[in-house]
Design a protein around this ligand. Structure first.
Ligand code: 5AD
Ligand code: SF4
Length: 451
C-alpha cells in the first residue's frame, strides 16, 4: 500500500481540509503515515496568514527535498504536493522557488487531487469552482471517523467577503459560501453515529452562515445550532471563528437556550482604537464591541470569551495601542491569540506608508500578552472549586489519567479509573496549572455517557 504524509499548518479549516484530503487519497489506495521518510506522497497544507507562516513552508520544503533525494537514491519515488493558502496565493511561483514540488493545489480544488497526481510534475489547480467543493468530496466513512476521536470539526461556511485591510483570506479562500443545512445535518449524524460527541462548526466567518434550509430559505447560524441540538448523541456544540458584525440576536439567544451550545465564544476584535478599527475596515467601534459582549454576557453570564489581536497595524500610535490595553481590561478575556502586524502582499494595509517599527511591535506585543496571560490565568483559577462537566477526549499526562475539556474549553486531567473516552463526567476542579486544570470525577452525579 502507498503511504501519504500530510502536514497541516494554520487554522482549523486547514486541519479539516487535511482530513478531507486524506479521505480522497484513501480511495486512491494511500494509507496515512506519521513518518515523512516512508511517505510516497508528501502533502503540505499551508497557511499564508502571516509572513512567518508562509516562510515556514519553504524551510519545510528544504527538508522534504533532502528526503526526496535520499529516497530517490534508494530507488523510491516521492511526490510532493503543496496545498492550502500559500498554493493559492503563489501559484506557479512555487515551482520556481521550490522545484521539489510536483503538484500545486488551492483550497477549493482538493477533489481534483487524484487527477493532478496522475498528471504529475507541474500540475496545478488554483481555480475557484462554481460548485461547493464538499459536494465533490467523498462522504465520511465510519471507520475513519472513529480513528479521529470524540471531537470533530465540521465546516459549515468558507471564505470571506469582509476584506479587513490586513487580511489575505478573502483572496486565498475566496468569496463566502455556506453549505446547505441538510448536508451539515447529515455530516453531523455520521459523526455522532461513529462516536463523535462534540462538533465544532467552523468557517472563516462562521456566524455569517446563511446556508439553504430544508424550507428553501436561508438559515442563520442560530437556527442551524437549534437543528443540530436535536441530533441524538451530539452532546456538545461549538463554533468558530465569528465576526462582531454578525453576532445577531438569534445567535446570542442560542447561548441562553441551548444546553448543548458550550459557553465559549471566540470573537476577534483585533484592536481597541476606533481609528485603527476603521483603517482595518472592521466596520465597528470599540464601544460597539463592548456592547456586543454585554449582550452575550446577559444571555450567558459565565461565558468564556476569547479574541484575536494585532499590534502595530500601520499608523498605530502609542495612544491607540493604549486603547487596546483598555479594552482588554474592560472585557477580561479567558484567552487570546495576539500577533504583530505582518504586511501581506496584495492587501490594502501593505500599501500604507506609516509602517510601525519592529521594535515597537515587539514591545507592544509583550505588554499585551502579559495582561492577556494574567486574565487567562485568572479565568482558570476562577474555576477551581467548581464542578464542571468534562468531555473525556484522550489518555491523560500520566498513566491511568484521562484528559478532557470543560465547557470553557479548558483541558483537565483526572484519574480515569472506571471512565472512558467519550464520557461526559462532572469533575470537581481542584487546581489550575499553567496549561491544564486538575480535577476529580464526582461520583453519584448523573452524567451523559458515550453510548
Ligand atoms: N498580520 C498579523 N495578524 C494577522 N491576522 C490576520 N492577518 C494578519 C496579518 N496580516 C490575525 C488576525 C486574525 C487571525 C486569524 O490572524 O488577528 O483574526
Ligand atoms: Fe480576514 Fe477579516 Fe475575513 Fe477574518 S473577517 S477572514 S480577518 S478579512
Amino acid at each position: 500500500m502507498k503511504k501519504v504524509f500530510i502536514k497541516s499548518y494554520g487554522c482549523q479549516m486547514n486541519a479539516y481540509d487535511a482530513e478531507r484530503m486524506a479521505d480522497v487519497l484513501a480511495r486512491e489506495g494511500y494509507a496515512e503515515t506519521g513518518a515523512v521518510e516512508e511517505a510516497d506522497l508528501v502533502v503540505l497544507n499551508t497557511c499564508h496568514i502571516r509572513e512567518k507562516a508562509a516562510e515556514k513552508v519553504y524551510s519545510e520544503l528544504g527538508r522534504v527535498r533532502v528526503l526526496k533525494e535520499e529516497r530517490k537514491a534508494a530507488g523510491r519515488d516521492t511526490q510532493v504536493v503543496l496545498a492550502g493558502c500559500v498554493a493559492q496565493a503563489e501559484g506557479r511561483e512555487i515551482f520556481r522557488r521550490a522545484p521539489v514540488v510536483d503538484v500545486v493545489v488551492g483550497p477549493q480544488s482538493y477533489q481534483n487531487l487524484p487527477a493532478l497526481l496522475r498528471q504529475g510534475r507541474g500540475a496545478m489547480d488554483t481555480e475557484f469552482p462554481a460548485d461547493d467543493k464538499f459536494d465533490a468530496l467523498p462522504a465520511l466513512e465510519p471507520a475513519r471517523i472513529r480513528g479521529r476521536g470524540v471531537t470533530a470539526f465540521l465546516t459549515v461556511q468558507e471564505g470571506c467577503d469582509k476584506f479587513c485591510t490586513f487580511c489575505v483570506v478573502p483572496y486565498t479562500r475566496g468569496a463566502e459560501v455556506s453549505r446547505p443545512v441538510a448536508r451539515i445535518l447529515d455530516e453531523a449524524r455520521r459523526l455522532t453515529d461513529s462516536g463523535v460527541r462534540e462538533v465544532t462548526l467552523i468557517g472563516q466567518n462562521v456566524n455569517a452562515y446563511h446556508g439553504e434550509g430544508p424550507d428553501g430559505a436561508p438559515w442563520t447560524l442560530g437556527r442551524l445550532l437549534h437543528a443540530l441540538a436535536e441530533v441524538p448523541g451530539l452532546h456538545r456544540l461549538r463554533y468558530t471563528t465569528s465576526h462582531p458584525r454578525d453576532m445577531d440576536d438569534a445567535l446570542i439567544a442560542a447561548h441562553r437556550d441551548l444546553p448543548q451550545l458550550m459557553p465559549y465564544l471566540h470573537l476577534p476584535v483585533q484592536a481597541g482604537s476606533d481609528r485603527v478599527l476603521a483603517a482595518m475596515n472592521r466596520k465597528h467601534t470599540a464601544d460597539e464591541y463592548r456592547r456586543i459582549i454585554d449582550r452575550v454576557r446577559a444571555a450567558r453570564p459565565d461565558i468564556a470569551l476569547t479574541s484575536d489581536f494585532i499590534v502595530g497595524f500601520p499608523g498605530e500610535t502609542d495612544a491607540e495601542f493604549e486603547d487596546t490595553m483598555r479594552l482588554i481590561e474592560d472585557v477580561r478575556f479567558a484567552g487570546a491569540f495576539s500577533f504583530k502586524y505582518s504586511s501581506r502582499p496584495g492587501t490594502p494595509a501593505a500599501e500604507i506608508e506609516a509602517q510601525v517599527p519592529e521594535s515597537v511591535k515587539t514591545e507592544r506585543l509583550a505588554r499585551l500578552q502579559e495582561r492577556l496571560e494574567a486574565h487567562r490565568q485568572a479565568f482558570n483559577h476562577g474555576t477551581v472549586g467548581r464542578t464542571l462537566d468534562v468531555l473525556l477526549e484522550k489518555a491523560g499526562r500520566h498513566p491511568g489519567q484521562l484528559a478532557g475539556k470543560t465547557p470553557y474549553l479548558q483541558m483537565v486531567q483526572i484519574d480515569g479509573a472506571g471512565l472512558s473516552v467519550g464520557d461526559v463526567v462532572p469533575v470537581r476542579i481542584t487546581a489550575a496549572g499553567s496549561n491544564s486544570l486538575f480535577g476529580e470525577a464526582v461520583a453519584g452525579v448523573p452524567a451523559a455517557s458515550a453510548a
